[in-house]
Design a protein around this ligand. Structure first.
Ligand SMILES: [Zn+2]
Length: 167
């Protein structure tokens, strides 16, 4: 299991497509959404190249935060991803990631089931932020991406809850 910051990241030299991106699916985290939950993921390509990331789970009140941790281009990266739920038809709940990226100064905050990375972003974010759909690569490339602070993400969650009348 990967501890904090144990992940290693290798530069991808392949064409950037959704298939070539690294993908994190919310279903793979479901079992770890408890205090002290942690784990790691490794991707291996045909060429033998590998990429891996570690994660640990912390809580802000009832809200789990998945902290993605890895090294990219010699830099330690830590991305807090706020988790959220929506009720299902049968009284259960469905988990979602909240996209942690701020693109061109605008926090994304989309509720998504998958997070992607791509060659021009050292971070994980939703497909739209990563420019994998809807927008030209050129356009996606030109916008600055950064990771929103967890405080900012939580503020947004509070505002959302107020708007939706939850708690
Ligand atoms: Zn996004």
């Amino acid at each position: 299991m990967g501890g904090l910051g144990s992940g290693t990241w290798f530069r991808l030299s392949q064409k950037d497509t959704v298939e070539r991106s690294l993908v994190l699916a919310v279903k793979d985290f479901r079992k770890s959404l408890h205090p002290y939950g942690s784990g790691s993921f490794t991707w291996t390509w045909g060429s033998g190249a590998q990429a891996s990331i570690g994660y640990s789970v912390t809580f802000h009140g009832d809200c789990p935060i998945v902290n993605l941790e890895y090294r990219s281009f010699g830099q330690e990266i830590r991305i807090p991803v706020r988790m959220q739920t929506t009720p299902t038809q049968f009284g259960g709940q469905r988990w979602w990631f909240t996209c942690p990226l701020i693109v061109g100064g605008v926090p994304c905050q989309r509720r998504v089931g998958k997070l992607y990375s791509s060659r021009w972003s050292r971070y994980f974010g939703c497909r739209t932020c990563q420019g994998l759909t809807y927008r030209s690569c050129q356009e996606a490339h030109s916008e600055e991406r950064r990771v929103g602070t967890i405080e900012g993400q939580l503020e947004y969650l509070d505002a959302l809850k107020r708007r939706e009348g939850i708690e």
